[in-house]
Structures are given as structure tokens and as C-alpha cells.
Design a protein around this ligand. Structure first.
Ligand SMILES: [Zn+2]
Ligand SMILES: [Zn+2]
Length: 453
């Protein structure tokens, strides 16, 4: 039947064409450029959105739709927290029948899915196969990861610590802590183990975020309460430190003590642990590699060894040009000073160059660009022992920097148009550079020694 269109095709066929669209941008282009498609869309918008949403998100759409609908109700001022948690239909919130989405939900779905997908890419590279920047999880592994991530995002939406910013009240927090458990108790044990694994992965990603505010490991668990989207933003270079500032300035206890509850202490992990204890299930310790087995059926390269020193452990701690961005985990610790300690001889104590370094290597430091430049140095090319494709352990990367970093520093000064003075006889081993500003200013020390000290 051709009720809605002027094309020489039945409405049913046009309707089927919608079923092959895999993203909302394509849908938008289609309905904007064709009146026939627009009419069909208007007549069947719910089913078309649902079909494309499934193509876009995959089988975790049930969990994604639940999150999106919850956010939408919150925006409308209808926080249905208790209903969603305590209603017997809570799990039904993820059922196929409940997957309907409105046109107004599409933007939230796209935003949420973009976060989940990017985090899946990170997870894949960190735990599945370090050689690929995009996810190589199998469809089943991807489904487990995504549904767990969407559930974590929903938990964060339902139990925001910001609810107590102005009005912290022990009794209210105690009630909500019970609700945490009620919410989690709706899931199967295997699903809770997936949730645990994915939550620990987000905590791991949070570690660098808390360095910037003098945090420590427990803070990266607390940061879980800020949500995976904030974690991703921090990794991508736009950390939102207001989180910690607001939290630290509030009356909310970070730790639970003397019967005073905390809504952020061991956020999500603790209620999850309590539900598991009730079910007589032991959760694996953080750091146990088997934690990821609940998500992954197979892992690639976990036992690989360094291609330079052939020592172990290697696996996911090995790096080459595909994952140089992760070097900040090696060099930018809470008290880390970047690559400066890798400088040779007495250069680390050169009173002039120390200041230059702070300017050249200001954070956020671009490690991929830096390593690209390091491997582009003439001295490295001549040495022929180092290749950007080789998978290296941390010790070998540090050894590589130790041998060549001073050449890179000299190159940066030249490119900045600075005058390069005569080489000091003692090169990087010179002791005078560490206490005489006059000497440090008059000689170049980013060079090989030509005389012994
Ligand atoms: Zn090595
Ligand atoms: Zn000197």
C-alpha cells in the first residue's frame, strides 16, 4: 500500500529500508531529504526509532533505554527513585516491552552510547588486545560490558551524592544505602560480577584524575560516583575538579565511621559486596586478572614479553606507538615529575634547564607527540636498535629515554630559536651545572662528555 508516499514503492518497503539504518544521523538526513520517508517516519516514529536504536546500541538497548528514560523523567522533575527501586517491576524496566523511546530521548541515547562505546574501546585495549585502539570485543563480550556500564550509569543517576550537598542527614543516607542494595539485588549474580568488573575498570581509569587533586586510591572509588562520563572526560583531557572541590567543601563524610554513614564511601562496590555476601558469593580481589573473565571469553597477548629485553611481566604493560598515550600512567603519577628523572648524568640537577623543562613539558604532556619526536631524532635513527613498532616494557622505555632524552631537549631549544652555547667538556656529567647558574647559562650540557669529571 502507498498511503504516505509518492515514490514508486510500497510503504512497507520504505518501512523496511528504515530497518537498515544504523545511526540517527542517517535517519535525520533521510527524513530531511525525502518527503515520502518523512511521512512514513511520522506514521511509525516509535517503531522506527526503536529499530534504529537497536542497530545503534545493540542488545544492551534494554539497559540503555532504562537509563535514558530515567534521565528523561528526572529532567521532567519526576524523580521516580523509590518506585523504580522498590517496585517489583524494577527488572521489568529493562524488558523488551519497556524499550520504547521518544524522539526527545534520542539525543540522550546518543550521548550515553558515545560514552559507553569509547569506554569499551579503552577496555578492549587495556584488557582484551592492546594492539587495537577500537574495541575488538566479541558481540557477546561487548554486550556484557555495555549492559554493566549502562547499569552503573543508572546507579549514578539514581543515587547522586549531590543530593546531600545542602542538607546532609544521617537517617536519609542510611535509607538510601539500603536502597543501593535493593536496586542491586534485582540482578543475577553473574550480572553483578560483570558490574563489579566494569566498576573496577572505571576506578582504574579514575586514578590519574585524582592525581590532579592530591587524591589517592580511595578517591578514585569515590570518583565512580561522578559517573563514567566524567571519567571519560578526564581521560580525554577535560577533568572536572569541581567534583572534588564541592565534595571536600561539603559536610558529606568521605568515610563511614562511628555509625555515621557516607553516601560515597566505597561507592557502588560496598553495597555490591553486601549483596554478594548475602548470596554466599565471594568477589575476587582487585588486581586479580580473573576479574575480567566475567566479561571476556578470550584475551590476546596477556603473556607477551618485551621485544628488547625479553623479560616478563609484559602483556598489557607493553607499549609501542599504538598506545604511547598511556605512558602518562608511567610518568605522571601523583608525585611524578614526568620524564625529567630520565635525563642522563647530572642534567636532572641543572638549575637552569630544570625551569626550561617545566615550560617545555607542562602538563597535560602530549606523550604520543613526544615519543614520535624521540624516534625521529637523528641519534635514534642511527642507533638502529630502537623501533617504534617494538613492544617495550617500562624499564626499556626508561632506558631508551635515558639514552636519548638530552638530544630531544637540545632539539626543542633549537626549534624554539634559543642560542645554543658551546658544549661543556663534561657534557651531561658536569657537576658545575648543578650549582653555578653562570656556568649553566654559558655552556650547553645536552651533549656527550668529552673529558672525564
Ligand atoms: Zn624490556
Ligand atoms: Zn659544565
Amino acid at each position: 500500500m502507498r498511503a504516505y508516499n509518492t515514490l514508486p514503492l510500497d510503504d512497507d518497503i520504505l518501512d523496511r529500508i528504515f530497518a537498515f539504518i544504523s545511526d540517527f544521523d542517517t535517519l535525520r538526513s533521510l527524513i530531511l531529504t525525502s518527503k515520502a520517508f518523512y511521512s512514513i517516519f511520522q506514521a511509525h516514529s516509535n517503531s522506527i526509532i526503536r529499530t534504529i536504536a537497536y542497530n545503534f546500541v545493540g542488545p544492551a538497548l534494554s539497559q540503555a533505554a532504562r537509563l535514558v528514560r530515567y534521565k528523561s523523567r528526572k529532567l521532567d522533575g519526576n524523580d521516580l527513585g523509590d518506585d523504580v527501586i522498590e517496585n517489583d517491576e524494577s527488572k521489568g524496566e529493562e524488558s523488551d516491552a519497556a524499550m520504547s523511546l521518544k524522539t526527545s530521548d534520542v539525543l540522550t541515547l546518543i550521548e550515553s552510547h558515545t560514552v559507553v562505546k569509547k569506554l569499551e574501546d579503552r577496555f578492549s585495549r587495556k584488557r582484551k588486545d592492546r594492539s587495537f585502539n577500537s574495541s575488538v570485543l566479541t558481540p557477546l563480550e561487548s554486550w556484557r560490558f555495555r549492559r554493566a556500564m549502562y547499569r552503573i550509569m543508572l546507579f549514578v543517576e539514581m543515587f547522586p551524592w549531590t543530593a546531600y550537598l545542602d542538607d546532609y542527614d544521617d537517617a536519609a543516607v542510611k535509607r538510601v544505602i539500603i536502597q543501593h542494595q535493593t536496586f542491586l539485588d534485582n540482578f543475577l549474580t553473574s550480572e553483578l560480577q560483570e558490574l563489579y568488573g566494569v566498576a573496577l575498570f572505571v576506578v582504574e581509569l579514575n586514578e590519574p584524575m585524582v592525581w590532579t587533586c592530591n587524591g589517592y586510591h580511595r578517591h578514585s572509588v569515590i570518583a565512580l560516583s561522578y559517573g563514567p562520563a566524567a571519567t571519560l572526560a578526564a581521560i580525554e583531557g577535560i577533568p572536572d575538579n569541581r567534583f572534588f572541590e564541592e565534595l571536600m567543601d561539603s559536610n558529606i563524610p568521605l568515610e563511614e565511621h562511628d555509625d555515621r554513614p557516607s553516601p560515597v564511601h566505597d561507592y557502588l562496590l560496598r553495597p555490591l559486596g553486601r549483596v554478594m555476601v548475602k548470596r554466599n558469593v565471594t568477589l575476587l580481589n582487585e588486581g586479580d586478572p580473573d576479574i575480567w573473565r566475567v566479561i571476556l571469553d578470550s584475551v590476546v597477548g596477556e603473556h607477551d614479553i618485551c621485544q628488547s629485553c625479553s623479560s616478563s611481566p609484559g602483556g598489557f604493560n607493553l607499549r609501542n606507538h599504538t598506545n604511547w598515550d598511556t605512558l602518562r600512567l608511567v610518568f605522571d603519577g601523583p608525585t611524578g615529575s614526568g620524564v625529567w628523572p630520565s635525563l642522563r648524568g647530572n642534567l636532572r640537577s641543572n638549575i637552569l634547564e630544570m625551569n626550561n623543562y617545566r615550560i617545555i613539558c607542562a602538563r597535560p604532556f602530549d606523550y604520543p607527540k613526544f615519543m614520535q619526536e624521540m624516534f625521529g631524532l637523528e641519534q635514534v635513527k642511527k642507533s638502529s636498535g630502537w623501533k617504534r613498532e617494538d613492544w617495550l616494557c617500562e624499564n626499556c622505555i626508561k632506558a631508551f629515554l635515558y639514552m636519548h632524552l638530552h638530544f630531544w631537549m637540545l632539539q626543542r631549544k633549537k626549534e624554539a630559536g634559543e642560542v645554543i652555547y658551546e658544549d661543556c667538556w663534561y657534557g651531561y656529567n658536569c657537576k658545575t651545572q648543578t650549582h653555578s647558574m653562570d656556568h649553566a647559562e654559558r655552556y650547553n650540557h645536552f651533549c656527550e662528555p668529552t673529558r672525564p669529571e
